[in-house]
Design a protein around this ligand. Sequence first.
Ligand code: ASP
Length: 348
Amino acid sequence: MIFKITYQAKILIILSIFGWTGACQNEKNEAIDKIEDQRYAIAIHGGAGTILKKNMTPEREKDYREALETALTIGEDILKKGGTALDAVEKTIHYLEDNPLFNAGKGAVFNHSGENELDASIMRGSDQNAGAVGGLSTVKHPISAAIAVMDHSDHVLLTGNGAEQFAKEQGIETVDPSYFYTESRWKSLQRVIAEENGAELSESDDPNDKKHGTVGCVALDTHGDIVAGTSTGGMTNKKYNRFGDVPIIGAGTYAHNATVGVSCTGHGEYFIRYAVAHDVHARMLYLGESVQEASNYVVNTTLLKNGGSGGLIAVDKKGRVSMPFNSAGMYRAYAVPTKRYVGIYKDE
Ligand code: ASP
């Protein structure tokens, strides 16, 4: 009898221990979910391409790393305080557009006619609303014009004079086209044109010459909203009012709260053909791939096997970041509550 009671008691004790541990496990899982739900993440890029250490001076490398750090901090500070992903993306891109190191805003590359034509786009993952502008020559911050298209028009993409007029009506800051002139980009255009005309050129010592320098930012805020934005001067020597992937939603920029936000940089024509930013989202949604699997596949299989060089940054709904590229380097950085990272070359 004594043995029986003890035996039953033992069973009861064991069962309650299991029950208690299970409850703890559940509480733990819920806690983890809550932390993940409330975390923020921000990723930025400043272009991908033939960025090699041997072509870079230590001073120049330092300038790039500091600029990436500063940009990241601007966005992260907004997210840390509970600000919106849209605000973080806009302010971060403003800094990158103002910094002549990058091919966006001040520092944009020149087209074949010696003009700067700027493109930008934004997408909000919560409602699939999006805005884009193409071929701007007087708007200081093209990303803000793209946001105005998204929030204050019935349209998604405005280009040329119409886009300029709309930006002015919206009170967005404009500048004289000469504001965008930088000597290094002008020299790059002269070199590319000379090369096109058959000139034998020694390898340029300017690492920007052969790189795609678009800037982009993707943020997940503490409210669970994802926003992706991209801004660029396009590609040196572009002709015929060419647009690349940047103002094309689904090619250079995409965001959906159920999956991921993506901003791309690279040879835009390929990113349009393979709907790169949307393809990352689609692979996650339809194939159940992780953000790493989906973005790696698109960059290192789809694009690579078809000759499209470049990379992308992606942030998923849990704040996981992926930044694959198939070129020699990509200016990139990200921050999550537990980590900060800045990189330029492969293998770092
Ligand atoms: N994707 C941009 C374009 O084709 C260029 C770049 O990312 O550098 O216009």
